[in-house]
Design a binder for this molecule. Structure first.
Ligand code: FAD
Length: 462
């Protein structure tokens, strides 16, 4: 079988790969030196579009409109761009074996690729209900969303099941974005998740209450505290019902499952050091194997700001880590400087007319501020997270239901501390910049009441 050899190979052709290619071109790469090997059939694109504008009923986003690097306001890298820059795009090619000691990758078709320097950018895959043995989970019209092929199949089903019923399994950002997208497409939408509120890894109950009411006002039915345990299908094998653990049965023409992801590291198991479910790297995205780098969703890297190793599954980090790795590679060849990666976690989502951004760390005491009335014409609210505050007062009474037999509830008063995280719904670019600055600088606060009362003004004055 054919063997090809490159100086640099990026395995995986997603967001990180595209941003790495741009950085290589910027720093100087000779024709034939760099190859991107991707399972997908298209050049790298901005993956977040798949759960947003790609699903719009009118003027949906389509390639080539959202190839990288438009997501960060850059030039679109079309297939021709790679050609012009002498970068080989090896598409529809899945790597099934990686031999890091032998510096060789083998594809499903048996081709062999040699490299001197490898960047691992395989991203994540979805967790499937079938992995937990959920009965009937392989029925037709049960969808997961990771790649453009998945999105195309979903678009086809939305067209085929006009005005039908959709059930979203999972209350994370994929669930929330898909719930909105299907509702906008005029389907009757129910969402099911086991937690007491949506996006529990980031949202506080106060933040979630806004989105849940907003969704309810859009006609979306939210069922919390239970999970999907089985599906029924018709004679064509198409899903017809979702059975919940609490005994409820929901009719469904389309089901979308968003119950999390897992980094694609299997190819490299046993060959490279791992940590926290990802491939361990240093601040330059170098792994434990010489000349092998890992970026994006798969990398567990030192997050300098919090002095700990973390894995971050968000698009902003995939872009920046890719650029950092290329800078480090080039610096090791004597081209250009590179500084330690000093990342401020940033994550965003958009659904309906809503749009939020989050910066920093959601640890410590959350403080909600602003107008979080879901019926407002233009709601704008947020939350700060205050860490290292001192408890200076405490109050305790039974429970805060006046009708309880034995009420018990209480309150703490917290003084001092610093802001470590900031969330904002409905912010304009300047306001979003202000909350990013706050999360980076971590200004001290006098009390929780101070930031609650000042709200956005607290960030704007920093
Ligand atoms: P990916 O972009 O996933 O790219 C990995 C690539 O590697 C894929 O092309 C895959 O096919 C390929 N690959 C994997 N294994 C192999 C193999 N063995 N051989 C060849 N190729 C292989 N983040 C946000 O911050 N905000 C958002 O709003 C947001 N929305 C999202 C919406 C959706 C639907 C999804 C799926 C993700 C979203 N994310 C969002 C997360 C963000 O897209 C990811 O963090 C980012 O894409 C990670 O980049 P990556 O390059 O590491 O991986």
């Amino acid at each position: 079988m054919a063997e090809k050899s490159f100086k640099y190979v990026i395995v995986g052709g997603g967001v990180a790969a595209g941003y790495a290619a741009r950085e290589f071109a910027k720093q100087g790469v000779k024709p034939g030196e760099l190859a991107i090997i991707s399972k997908e059939a298209v050049a790298p694109y901005e993956r977040p579009a798949l759960s947003k504008a790609y699903l719009f009923p009118e003027s949906p986003a389509r390639l080539p409109g959202f190839h990288v690097c438009v997501g960060s306001g850059g030039e679109r890298l079309l297939t021709e761009w790679y050609k012009e820059n002498g970068i080989e795009l090896i598409l529809s090619t899945e790597i099934v074996k990686a031999d890091l000691a032998g510096k060789t990758l083998i594809s499903a078709a048996g081709e062999s690729f040699k490299y001197q320097i490898l960047i691992i950018a395989t991203g994540s895959t979805v967790i499937r209900l079938a992995d937990f043995g959920v009965q009937g989970a392989d029925a037709k019209n049960i969808f997961y969303l990771r790649e453009i092929d998945d999105a195309d199949k979903l678009v086809e089903a939305i067209r085929a099941k006009k005005n039908g019923k959709a059930v979203i399994v999972g209350g994370g950002y994929i669930g929330l974005e898909l719930g909105a997208a299907l509702r906008i497409n005029n389907l009757e939408v129910s969402m099911v998740y086991p937690e007491p509120w949506c996006m529990p890894r980031l949202f506080t109950s106060g933040i979630a209450a806004f989105y849940e009411s907003y969704y309810a006002n859009k006609g979306i039915k939210i069922i919390k505290g239970t999970v999907a345990v089985g599906f029924s299908a018709n004679e064509k094998g198409e899903v017809t019902e979702v059975k919940l653990k609490d005994g409820t049965v929901l009719e469904a023409d389309i089901v979308v499952v968003g119950v999390g992801g897992r980094p694609l590291t299997t190819l490299f198991k046993g060959q490279v050091e791992e940590e926290k479910g990802g491939i361990k790297t240093d601040a330059f995205f170098k792994t434990s194997v010489p000349n092998v780098y890992a970026v994006g969703d798969v990398a567990t890297f030192p997050l300098k700001l919090y002095n700990e190793l973390r894995r971050v599954e968000h698009v902003d980090h995939s872009r920046k880590s890719a650029e950092q790795a290329v800078k480090a590679i080039k610096a090791s060849e004597g081209v250009g400087p590179v500084e330690e990666y000093d990342y401020l976690p940033y994550f965003y989502s958009r659904a309906f007319d809503l749009s939020w951004q989050f910066y920093g760390d959601n640890v410590g005491e959350p403080v909600l501020f602003g107008d979080n009335n879901p019926a407002s014409a233009k709601p704008k609210f947020g939350s700060y997270w205050i860490k290292d505050g001192k408890v200076v007062g405490a109050f305790l009474e039974g429970d805060n239901n006046p009708a309880s037999a034995k009420p018990k509830f209480g309150s703490y008063w917290i003084k001092d501390g610093k802001v470590v995280g900031a969330f904002l719904e409905g912010g304009n670019p300047d306001e979003n910049k202000a909350i990013a600055k706050v999360a980076r600088i971590q200004p001290p606060v006098e009390s929780l009441d101070q930031v609650k009362n000042e709200g956005l003004a607290f960030a704007s004055k920093i």
